[in-house]
Design a protein around this ligand. Structure first.
Ligand code: SF4
Length: 112
């Protein structure tokens, strides 16, 4: 019997830093700045960050940290801020690593 849908495996996933043993996966889908910062730090060390980001954009990923960037409501957003008044001195664990969006994907970037 022939299936109508074909699944295209993303081979690069086997090299993903987030697939390594012991890496927490919940931080990639959290709304807390400390978790988001941790997810971005993991992505920053990932050898397949570009492939991941391009795939997330192509899928219109609705939520999470993918390819070192933050997705909200299907949009790639520039940054995530804490709710309420910003603190004068940001907590060190909440400082988000800056990972530049590749030039060819910058048109996808939206303001938070
Ligand atoms: S870039 Fe981040 S989310 Fe994407 S595969 Fe690498 S570690 Fe996982």
């Amino acid at each position: 019997m022939e299936t109508l849908l074909t699944f295209e495996p993303e081979i690069w996933r086997s090299e993903a830093a987030c697939m390594r043993v012991g890496v927490p996966t919940d931080v990639f889908f959290s709304d807390h700045l400390g978790d988001i910062a941790e997810a971005k730090r993991i992505c920053a060390d990932c050898p397949v960050m570009l492939e991941c980001l391009e795939a997330a954009i192509a899928r219109h990923e609705p939520w999470g940290v993918w390819g070192g960037q933050i997705f909200r409501k299907g949009k790639l957003i520039a940054n995530k801020r804490r709710r309420g008044r910003p603190s004068k001195v940001p907590r060190p664990d909440e400082e988000l690593p800056v990972i530049p969006v590749p030039i060819h994907l910058q048109s996808e970037l939206r303001s938070a």
